[in-house]
Design a protein around this ligand. Structure first.
Ligand SMILES: [Zn+2]
Ligand SMILES: [Zn+2]
Ligand SMILES: [Zn+2]
Ligand SMILES: [Zn+2]
Ligand SMILES: [Zn+2]
Length: 332
């Protein structure tokens, strides 16, 4: 079984004397979250192009051992693909914008590379050596990029997507298998939203209000209570009423525990009334995989302080319904 390591060259002194203004290159690291998640098993697909004799030897060995060595490779489909470990996944990122590279990739006379949009941004002048860049493709790297297949970072949570490297970030930002935290105070359970709903029902059912979709539920919140967890009786979906107060009054909204870009969307109505005046918010519950008590409130209802003070605990009428999903052209 072939094991390849692709590493970054630490010194590139082979640029020759033709280099006019060579500057030392700082080693850049991507700093956004999720960066280092991409190390792992990459797969290069395509023809292995073994010399005939070697193929025969390999076949003989297979016959002797009675097994196909490809079957031992993780995720191998027996189509000639090999697993590759990239010790530095940054080599597949544009060194200028640090985004994952996609075809076309350009190189200067000295072999420095840049993505197409960076070539425009830097006015076709290589930032490392000042030679022109954006006219010569780096087809060898393009072939590697087209051939690299990588699994989603949420593979361990059940995502089976096998992606080309350039699509990895887009997919992972929208992946429905993104792990969610259990919202119960002090619990560190992490799993897909479905797992968290089941876990919560199992372990913390008594700490939530159990409600239904499409029904008005009176929910009581104490002045010093910063949130209240709601769980749907039917599917176990978790919602949280957030509560923050300051000198003006109290702010409330509702979020849903789930992947940030899940397809299902839930709208809600929050109404507080003191008999004379009523305060109402109609909104869509933001979906959050990592809600915590200190998550900042967005799009909230403000109930003035005098209304809050006139009743304790405060009664909120909560109504949640599922919005009809409208596909906007993706392949769902
Ligand atoms: Zn770039
Ligand atoms: Zn250059
Ligand atoms: Zn995924
Ligand atoms: Zn828990
Ligand atoms: Zn769609």
């Amino acid at each position: 079984m072939a094991r390849f390591s692709v590493g970054r060259e630490e010194d590139d002194n082979d640029e020759g004397p033709s280099n006019p203004t060579r500057r030392p290159e700082p080693k850049r690291r991507r700093t956004t979250a999720g960066t280092f998640s991409c190390s792992g098993n990459f797969r290069l697909s395509g023809d292995r192009r073994l010399p005939v004799r070697e193929s025969e030897v390999a076949r003989e060995n297979r016959a002797i051992s009675g097994e196909d060595p490809d079957q031992n490779l993780e995720g191998s489909r027996g189509n000639g693909s090999i697993s590759v470990m990239l010790s530095d996944p940054d080599v597949l990122d544009c060194p200028i914008c640090l985004e994952h590279l996609s075809v076309p990739v350009f190189q200067c006379e000295n072999g420095h590379i840049a993505c197409a949009s960076c070539c425009t941004k830097i006015a076709n002048k290589c930032p490392s050596c000042c030679w022109p860049i954006g006219y010569n493709r780096c087809r060898a790297l393009e072939k590697v990029l087209e051939s690299v297949k990588v699994s989603c970072v949420n593979k361990m949570y059940g995502c089976k997507e096998i992606l080309s490297y350039s699509k990895k970030t887009d997919h992972e930002n929208a992946c429905i298998y993104v792990p969610c935290f259990c919202p119960s105070h002090g619990c560190d359970f992490l799993g897909t939203s479905t797992n968290v709903y089941a876990h919560f029902r199992d372990k913390h059912a008594s700490s939530a209000e159990h409600i239904f979709f499409n029904a008005v539920h009176p929910i009581h919140i104490e002045k010093d209570q910063s949130y209240k967890i709601l769980q749907m009786r039917t599917e176990g979906i978790l919602f949280i009423i957030n509560h923050a107060s300051d000198r003006v009054g109290s702010a409330f909204n509702i979020i849903c525990v789930g992947p940030a870009r899940q397809k299902r969307r839930f709208s809600y109505k929050l109404v507080v009334t003191d008999g004379e005046s009523s305060f109402k918010l109609e909104s869509v519950a933001e979906s959050m995989p990592n809600w915590s008590e200190s998550s900042p409130l967005k799009k909230f209802l403000v109930v003035p302080r005098d209304v809050v003070n006139s009743s304790a605990p405060l009664k909120l009428n909560v109504f949640i319904e599922e919005k009809e999903y409208v596909c906007n052209g993706c392949r769902c």
